[in-house]
Design a protein around this ligand. Structure first.
Ligand code: CS2
Length: 488
């Protein structure tokens, strides 16, 4: 019979499998994490695992899913343990122990709120993806978002992450406890500032004094997070079973490269993340913009243009010379000049390293995964580049081709009757269904106010570049797309 990963089977693992270097039983919970998907378990939980091994402390994690019970069901029987596989020239296997509690919020609401209000909780970290923050295109709290409408009416039984964060802060303030630091680990420009502003707006809508207290006492450091983390698949589960001899219900895979930069602003202590390789700095914005524009933007470019051209994974797309050439030109000629390098950074080298990471043959990173939530991702990844280039009177043909690629992608999904993973899916599929391949399609998309802020949507140069790019992509089929990327 197959043995399963658990504290009892840890000692039976082969020596080649690293395991927690600290006594899990004595390290209390100090962090509540919302959104324990693959990225959290590949990234923050791993840095915390390292920090616990190096420095100890009560900094283990209570991992809270806001919707689905899947992670809880997989990890509770394993006492929170899971295997991390790093895929590079050599393959690494390691069991991570920093998650000590796994909750599914809708089924454990009072437990989650009590955990947030506990004196020992000193940090809340968040990976809920761009859409989970309920922000408008202008970056304000979207008070018409159904989850926010719900939470403002029922603040003690929230459903949104901001609702939970504030419900916990409110309880702490009521009993005179200090707040926790709240750390967004999602791919958004100035993520801490945006989250801080939206949280204070929400708190003030409930109670003006609470809003003022949040503004004054709660720290929302901005972060830059980076590690390519393809979704878990059956091949990974089998790989883990073969390498460790035990079955893991939800192992995680990622590249060996990892980076976490955090603005050094905490209001209630922190683990020894610095000893674990986290960069603590006063200027995280430069790191964030460099990464969003040079890694995530090009990733989305491959997702839409590569996907239309029939490639399945990032590495596959990178073996198509037309796509790889376009990507390199996009990064070096269009994006790079808009990025101010963080101190000590050589941007050309950074871009080269990213291209190398995209080529990693050990990783099967599905373009379909990156294509999710385009309406949420593209503004952070690409629109800043476009706006700055327009501001300087520079060409935006290549970035516009990526946005037009997304439009063709939506159109194709609608035509095929296939679904879309995007919070705007119903609207997008409706637009896609009405597309007829003419310039009018571009206007249909540009009318999406939640995605295109007015200044951009009404910029005639942007519209003209999109119409040109949309036409260059023809019917959106492989030949047309490869010809279009090769020509730019
Ligand atoms: C990707 C990111 O899925 C996506 O949209 O661009 O998840 C990317 O792999 C990570 O940000 C890398 O750090």
């Amino acid at each position: 019979m197959t043995a399963h990963l658990s504290p009892a089977t840890l000692p039976t693992l082969p020596q080649t499998v690293a395991r927690p270097g600290y006594d899990r039983a004595v390290c209390g919970i100090g962090i509540v994490h919302f959104g324990p998907g693959a990225f959290h378990r590949a990234h923050q939980a791993v840095y915390t695992d390292d920090a616990l091994a190096l420095d100890g402390g009560d900094w283990t994690i209570s991992a809270v899913s806001l919707k689905s019970p899947g992670v809880r069901d997989a990890l509770v029987p394993q006492d929170g343990l899971y295997t991390l596989v790093t895929l590079d020239r050599t393959i690494g296997h390691r069991v991570i122990g920093s998650i000590r509690e796994v909750l599914c919020a809708p089924e454990a609401q009072s437990h989650v709120l009590a955990r947030l209000a506990a004196p020992a909780t000193r940090i809340v970290t968040i990976t809920v993806t761009e859409k989970g923050y309920c922000l408008t295109a202008a970056g304000e709290l979207d008070t018409s978002h159904p989850d926010i409408v719900h939470d403002l009416a029922h603040p003690e039984t929230p459903v949104s992450v901001i609702g939970y964060v504030v419900a916990g802060l409110r309880r702490r303030r009521a009993v005179g406890l200090p707040p926790y630091t709240v750390i967004s680990c999602d791919n958004m420009t100035d993520n801490g500032r945006r989250l801080g502003r939206a949280t204070a707006q929400y708190a003030a809508a409930l109670d003006a004094d609470l809003g003022a207290w949040v503004r004054e006492y709660v720290a929302f450091p901005s972060t830059m997070v980076d590690s390519i983390t393809p979704a878990t698949d059956d091949a990974l589960r089998q790989r883990v079973l073969d390498a460790t001899g035990v079955a893991d219900a939800w192992p995680i895979q990622r590249e060996a490269f990892t980076q976490w930069v955090i603005e050094d602003r905490f209001c209630n202590g922190r683990p020894a993340w610095d000893k674990a390789g986290v960069i603590l700095t006063t200027d995280v914005g430069a790191f964030g913009r460099a990464k969003l524009r040079l890694l995530n933007g090009p990733h989305s470019a491959l997702a839409y243009l590569g996907g239309l051209a029939g490639a399945e994974t990032v590495a596959d797309a990178m073996t198509t010379p037309e796509l790889a050439g376009f990507l390199e030109r996009l990064m070096l000629q269009d994006v790079l000049p808009t990025v101010t390098p963080p101190a000590g950074y050589d941007l050309a080298q950074y871009a080269g390293q990213i291209l190398e990471r995209f080529r990693n043959p050990a990783i099967r990173h599905l373009l379909a995964q990156i294509a999710w939530d385009g309406s949420q991702k593209l503004p952070y990844r690409l629109f800043g580049v476009i706006e700055e280039r327009l501001g300087q009177g520079l060409s935006i043909s290549r970035p516009a081709l990526v946005v037009a690629g997304w439009m063709h992608f939506v159109r194709r999904r609608a035509a095929e009757g296939a679904g879309l993973t995007d919070p705007l899916a119903p609207t997008l599929l409706d637009i896609g269904g009405r597309c007829d391949g003419t310039a009018a399609d571009v206007d249909r998309f540009l009318a999406l106010e939640v995605m295109f802020a007015p200044a951009l949507a009404t910029d005639t140069r942007f519209r003209a570049a999109l119409i040109d790019a949309y036409a260059r992509l023809g019917n959106g089929g492989r030949d047309a797309v490869l010809a279009a990327v090769a020509a730019l």
